[in-house]
Write a protein that binds this ligand. Sequence first.
Ligand code: GLU
Length: 308
Amino acid sequence: MTQPVESTVRYRGRFAPSPTGPLHLGSLLAAVGSYLEARSHGGEWLLRIEDLDPPREMAGAADGILRTLEAFGFEWDGPVEYQSRRLDRYRTALEKLKRAGQAYGCACTRKEIADSSVRGIDGPVYPGTCRTGLPAGREARAWRLRVTPGAYIHFDDAIQGPQQQDLEQQLGDFVLLRADGFFAYQLAVVVDDAEQGISHIVRGADLLDSTPRQIYLQSCLAYPQPKYAHLPVLVNTAGEKLSKQTRAPALITETATSELWQVLDMLGQMPPKGLLKASIADLWDWALPNWQLQRVPTAPVVVPTAQG
Ligand code: GLU
């Protein structure tokens, strides 16, 4: 697999929203953290729309996300990538894994897995039913990655500190191509981050549990391993992560300055109060030279009810 990373680029970050709804304060926080960390390293910042899961997507959300990011003053490098236009890349990666004997077809239904499994960190741990071949008369519905027994992943997160996960015990063989025919996020994100030459991944800590799977896949596909930093998630007063499901309100571009100020504050950057009435450009002019990753808190940040 070719790696289009130019040797002159030391830092290339990205923001990769899923167009399941409008951006909210939690997604703004991920965008701001990844943007400031990239720019403060003199790095590039790419934008990728992760429109890989049509059942969860909302018509018009991708365009809305781009307009909102523009209104907030984000400037991305290169063209916006869309995962829906990169399916051939994911297919190629899956074929490579199949040829290497690392991916196998699985006939199990959700119910069969739930009935015969222990719970792991992301639902039932796959019991390995189809690992040595499909049961007689059954057809593959999904494709899974064969996790080597004892596969133990550890990495150092720039915000959350040392992390470890026993893939076999906590997850089992995980899905690469879903039974509904869509590629799994884990495969697509790994292929895209590698092919786009992403060196640093800064995103929400809700994805911390996914990172070991991604590191494992990177090793299976002989991709380089990027550096990771997981930002605190925003939760409402009930302790639920801000998301479409918990009805987090959409960002309002008319009040972009105060929303950006609030996010900088939640990221521990201590923006001066006087900037609350400044222009968005002035706030960015302050934020960039003052950005300090070591000030970012690790624990979830509670957003008062009015916003959450
Ligand atoms: N598309 C994912 C999301 O919106 C983020 C993926 C990533 O940053 O790796 O939650």
